[in-house]
Design a protein around this ligand. Structure first.
Ligand SMILES: Nc1ncnc2c1ncn2[C@@H]1O[C@H](COP(=O)(O)OP(=O)(O)OP(=O)(O)O)[C@@H](O)[C@H]1O
Ligand SMILES: [Mg+2]
Length: 276
């Protein structure tokens, strides 16, 4: 029996897009559970609904064209879908924060990274700007940015891709969230930097005890990080098991998932080697 406290419980989530070409059932009945402090993976081919699931949890689906048409997203037992916009604003970036797939879309090019992180901190905590600056520099240090005092006053374009990603992580962690959603946080980076950032996230997760929903194409990434792995296909979870079960058990091994290259269903053991 699983006695751990449930932090997030998504039940039969359905998020559709109403486009000129018709209705796109991007998320079509997703169930997903995350316990307090647990690292949970969400993997699947491109377009299967991973980002839309994450944005639904954050209640950041643009309407129109999108709409959450059904289901429940319980957070600490309360349905986020029943919260007002104001209530959601307080939860976002405080109890739940997200690292987006595209770092440049979530960093503002006209503000220094220091100002952006400080602002994220002061938005939710009543502290003065000197204290916010100090905490920001601590955060930059924590995510492994060298010379954080100097970097504080740099703009996003003055940083490398890996560094911008670290800034994103610093910003997401600055409020000490209970849940961090990481949507392909490392995919755009080269393999060495990717490994460094994943190590960093794993270290911080352990240190801070937060739950992480890690979204990626790469089964190898979640196999290393996640306790539970959910595999999505066409807006549904088709498999949910521990990393060990997914990789060891013949039943799970034979379970087929499709590759986006259109080769049709492939056994998971082969899919491991596919970058999706
Ligand atoms: N704003 C939108 N308007 C119309 N359709 C959308 C919109 N956003 C997403 N979709 C559709 O919803 C489906 C799921 O998209 P989603 O971004 O969740 O995929 P994903 O699993 O994150 O893929 P990737 O691995 O490429 O990031 C796709 O078919 C996509 O085309
Ligand atoms: Mg995505």
């Amino acid at each position: 029996m699983d006695n751990r406290e449930i932090l997030v419980d998504i039940k039969n989530l359905r998020t559709f897009f109403y486009t000129e070409d018709g209705v796109v059932p991007a998320v079509d009945g997703i169930d997903l559970t995350i316990h307090r402090g647990e690292v949970v993976g969400l993997v699947g081919e491109s377009g299967c609904g991973k980002s839309v699931t994450a944005l639904s949890i954050m209640r950041l689906i643009a309407n129109p064209p999108g709409k959450i048409v059904g289901g429940e997203i319980f957070f600490h037992g309360e349905d986020l879908l029943k919260k007002s916009d104001d209530q959601m604003r307080l939860i976002r970036g405080d109890k739940i924060s997200m690292i987006f797939q595209e770092p440049m879309t979530s960093l503002n090019p006209v503000y220094t990274i220091g100002d952006q992180i400080s602002e994220a901190i002061t938005l939710h905590q009543k502290i003065d700007s000197a204290e916010a600056k100090k905490r920001t520099i601590d955060m930059l240090h924590l995510v492994g940015i060298p010379e954080p005092e100097r970097r504080f006053s740099q703009y996003p374009h003055e940083m490398s891709g890996g560094m911008r990603q670290r800034v994103m992580i610093a910003m997401a962690l600055s409020c000490n969230p209970e849940l961090l959603i990481s949507d392909e946080a490392t995919t755009a980076l080269d393999v060495t930097i990717q490994a460094q950032i994943l190590d960093l996230m794993r270290g911080l997760q352990k240190k801070l005890g937060m739950a992480v929903l890690i979204i990626t194409h790469n089964l190898a990434v979640v196999a290393e990080m996640a306790e539970t792995i959910n595999i999505a296909y066409a807006g549904k979870i088709v498999e949910s098991a521990t990393a060990k079960e997914i990789f060891k058990s013949p039943r799970h091994d034979q379970r087929a998932i499709a590759s986006h290259r259109g080769h049709g269903p492939v056994p998971l053991s082969h899919a491991q080697r596919l970058p999706f």
